[in-house]
Design a protein around this ligand. Structure first.
Ligand SMILES: NC(=O)C1=CN([C@@H]2O[C@H](COP(=O)(O)OP(=O)(O)OC[C@H]3O[C@@H](n4cnc5c(N)ncnc54)[C@H](O)[C@@H]3O)[C@@H](O)[C@H]2O)C=CC1
Ligand SMILES: O=C(O)C(=O)COP(=O)(O)O
Length: 485
């Protein structure tokens, strides 16, 4: 059946602004093309068994998994910002998607222009996907954060608009932990200052207030992937490790959890922050906490800039109460590389630059070849699985739903994905619609206000698919319908 035959089944109401809403929705969910004649593509020939596809897989039963291709691959538009690693780009381009790659982030207004068109966006920690930006992203189905943190994305807004978000939960944890180990020793030995002096031609051999780290106490705030990895490394250097976390967690090695932040602060020689950006972690280290820290102790922050109240830290360092600090993250960070670390960016930048034994790094905690290349693969794979098969395993804002792959022996199957508001009665109505077909398998789950249903239906013709799509779209609780085949 030609694609246009299917198109004829679709009623295309005109919107006031002339934009065609069904066409837009269809292009977001079923077919990428915005041409009314291409609004539904008919089935693509299945990939041949002898084909050279690098993604040819077998299911657990040994059958060859059919690669679902909802779109013409070349129509899937992807915008990658912030220098996403080549490994990720290769995977996405290997799928035949249209990939636009930029080295830096974009200011909000430019981002709003660019995001209008794309189905997938890949970012790192700098790009702010606020509700204002996402509201412009009419075709967007998925966001890939090629990093750990997801605080830069309005996760709830994204979920309520059916936009799935993935990240890489631990591929750069080791890199951050190693940087922090390096900083502990560098602060204890005032390495930054000695090196700066030598760069200026000054020989300044001192031992006063320079220490070994062996036998000193490291206090870790947030004992997750990074904190616990750091704990192991610090113990192997002979440090005692204590940690504070809102969750009760088993310590690695001899590390001990302490019941309060104040207890950690008043005991540790080195305090390091590894909590996510949350309302509760905003200025978690401020004047009171700095005062509670031991005289001559050190502070490290490689988590998020909002966690440490920097003017309070400047005061504590000027007073000599804090002997040194290392900061990798800042409340405001520039979109790209350049001479931006000035008072224009953050009002206290010059104050920081004037302090002794303060290591300042440009958010490089996760910036190693190993981490970036692993993250590129992990997040790009998750994006491909989502675009091609609708699998949400690993998503940070959607229920995790997966079905075993359709196989090459099931040519007339379709996968229905229905993201909807999590209210009573929807499943009954969805199943009434699906009930005319043979539902081979189905999974549904909810997370907060949003539910995700995935069902594989067999023996469906192209016109059945169009009808299923129309009927599901007509349900008032629908957020997004996608049909993959
Ligand atoms: N500088 C850099 O380049 C990088 C920075 N990061 C930042 O580091 C953060 C931590 O990363 P992971 O260890 O992978 O996260 P994680 O989620 O594995 O661990 C975070 C821990 O913090 C704890 N926590 C949350 N709120 C807390 C509170 N109010 N008080 C005490 N503990 C609290 C959690 O229970 C959890 O155990 C990320 O959210 C990200 O913002 C991550 C990677 C690279
Ligand atoms: O992984 C994270 O959360 C980080 O902070 C690293 O961010 P980046 O990928 O360097 O922008």
């Amino acid at each position: 059946m030609p694609a246009s035959a299917l198109t004829e089944n679709i009623k295309i109401p005109q919107k006031q602004n002339g934009e065609n809403s069904v066409r837009r929705e269809v292009s977001r969910s079923l077919s990428i093309s915005t041409s009314p004649h291409d609004a539904f593509h008919h089935r693509q020939p299945s990939m041949g068994l002898e084909g050279s596809s690098p993604t040819l897989r077998r299911t657990t039963t040994g059958a060859v998994a059919k690669q679902l291709k909802p779109f013409r691959e070349q129509d899937v538009k992807i915008l990658l910002l912030e220098n996403v690693n080549q490994t990720g780009r290769d995977i996405l381009q290997g799928q035949g998607y249209q990939v636009e790659f930029l080295k830096s982030s974009l200011p909000e207004d430019q981002l709003i222009e660019k995001i209008k068109d794309v189905h997938v966006i890949g970012i790192r920690s700098k790009t702010k996907l606020t509700s204002r930006v996402l509201a412009a992203a009419k075709n967007l189905i998925v966001i890939g954060c090629f990093c750990i943190g997801t605080n830069q994305v309005d996760l709830q807004y994204a979920a309520s608009h059916g936009i799935c978000v993935f990240n890489s939960p631990f591929s750069n944890s080791r890199s951050v932990a190693e940087l922090v180990i390096c900083e502990i020793i560098a602060l204890a030995r005032q390495l930054g200052d000695r090196s700066n002096e030598m760069h200026r031609g000054t020989w300044n051999k001192v031992s006063a207030k320079c220490w070994e780290v062996r036998g000193k106490t490291l206090g870790i705030i947030g004992y997750g992937h990074i904190g616990s990895q750091l704990s192991v490394l610090a113990e192997s250097m002979g440090m005692d490790v204590i940690y504070y976390d809102v969750v009760n967690l088993m310590g690695m090695g001899n590390a001990r959890q302490v019941p309060s932040l104040d207890q950690l602060l008043s005991t540790a020689d080195f305090v390091t922050c590894h909590v996510p950006e949350l309302p509760e972690t905003m200025n978690m280290i401020s004047k009171h906490q700095l005062d509670t820290m031991k005289q001559g102790s050190y502070l490290i922050n490689a988590s998020r800039g909002s966690v440490v109240d920097i003017p309070a830290l400047v005061d504590a360092m000027r007073a000599g109460h804090i002997a040194g600090a290392a900061l990798d993250v800042y409340p405001a960070e520039p979109a790209g590389n350049g001479d931006y670390f000035t008072n224009e960016l953050n009002p206290w930048a010059e104050d920081l630059r004037s302090l002794k034994n303060l290591i300042l790094t440009p958010h490089i905690g996760g910036s190693t070849e190993e981490a970036q290349s692993a993250i590129g693969v992990e997040v790009a794979d998750a994006l491909v699985r989502y675009v091609n098969e609708g699998v949400t395993v690993g998503a940070v804002n959607m229920p995790e739903v997966s079905l075993r792959s359709l196989t090459m022996d099931e040519p007339n199957h379709a996968r229905v994905i229905f993201i909807h508001q999590n209210v009573p009665g929807v499943l009954r109505r969805v199943n009434e619609i699906l009930g005319d077909h043979n539902v081979d398998k189905q999974m549904t789950d909810s997370r907060g206000d949003v539910a995700y249903l995935m069902a594989d239906v067999s023996s469906v013709r192209d016109e059945d698919i169009a009808q299923l799509y129309r009927e599901l779209e007509s349900l008032k609780e629908r957020i997004i319908t996608r049909i993959l085949y």
